[in-house]
Ligand binder design. Structure first.
Ligand SMILES: [Mn+2]
Length: 253
């Protein structure tokens, strides 16, 4: 039988290896790819939609988007639920056109894929395509990475969040512990802002944890999510940035 000492040692080893794996990018001080979008007046940022086949699965989201009428929308990861497999340009185009058909009136869609699960695995950093419809929608798919844009002279950065901590449930648990034990909301987001060396007056918008939140003082936002899981209920939230001011908009699901 295994002695208690060995059991404790093995447990500690597993916990250590797990945490090294989760925070590997932070530990090796790796910087994410940075993509610049330039100046934008009005943009919607959302994440963690977790679609199976089509955005039609989220009618409240479509209604909300048609009310806001954004010309640019940024999807900050986890657009899909189970498409985490290697995909060439054509298959990616096929599933995106099918998935986003109902919102083909949006002129520009930026899609940051999550790297650890759910989203397609791309062979290249950037894939551009066009979606025909009433207007032609330009879709830019970015393999992971950090997106930067300016709105009314304010800097905004968008990251899915798996770059900081791979597993979404674990990232959520860390934020939950930080909130309940230390009353530190959006902990992973604040860690991200420090790790990415972002200026204090710039905003960081993330997804991944499924825990919605906005902190105007620390300039941190989490978009929340559109699917209920065992660990968190769907928040039905998105961020609308208009002339440099972000607003967290909520609909009941
Ligand atoms: Mn997610």
């Amino acid at each position: 039988m295994m002695s208690l000492e060995i059991l404790i040692l093995v447990t500690l080893l597993i916990v250590t290896i797990w945490n090294i794996w989760q925070f590997f990018n932070i530990l090796r001080r790796k910087a994410p790819h940075l993509f610049h979008l330039g100046d934008i007046e009005s943009v919607v940022v959302l994440s963690d939609i977790h679609i199976l086949d089509s955005i039609d699965e989220r009618p409240n989201l479509i209604r909300l988007l048609s009310k806001i009428k954004p010309s640019i929308m940024i999807i900050a990861g986890d657009l899909f639920e189970r498409e985490h497999r290697r995909m060439d340009r054509n298959s990616l185009r096929g599933i995106l056109l099918r998935t986003l058909k109902s919102i083909s009136w949006i002129r520009e869609i930026i899609y940051i894929t999550s790297l650890t699960s759910h989203d397609p695995i791309l062979h290249t950093d950037v894939i551009c395509m066009e979606m025909p419809g009433d207007v032609t929608t330009r879709i830019t798919v970015l393999k992971g990475g950090l997106v930067h844009f300016r709105s009314n002279n304010t800097d905004f950065y968008v990251l899915h969040g798996d770059f900081l901590c791979r597993n979404g449930a674990y990232a959520g648990l860390i934020n939950l512990l930080a909130t309940t034990l230390f009353r530190r909301k959006l902990f992973l987001e604040s860690l991200g802002k420090k790790f990415l060396k972002l200026e204090e007056n710039s905003w960081l918008i993330m997804g991944h944890t499924h825990m919605v939140g906005i902190d105007a003082k620390r300039r941190l936002i989490n978009c929340g999510c559109w699917k209920s899981y065992w660990r968190a209920k769907a928040t039905g939230t998105l961020v609308h940035i208009y002339k440099g001011t972000p607003n967290l908009i909520h609909v009941s699901i």
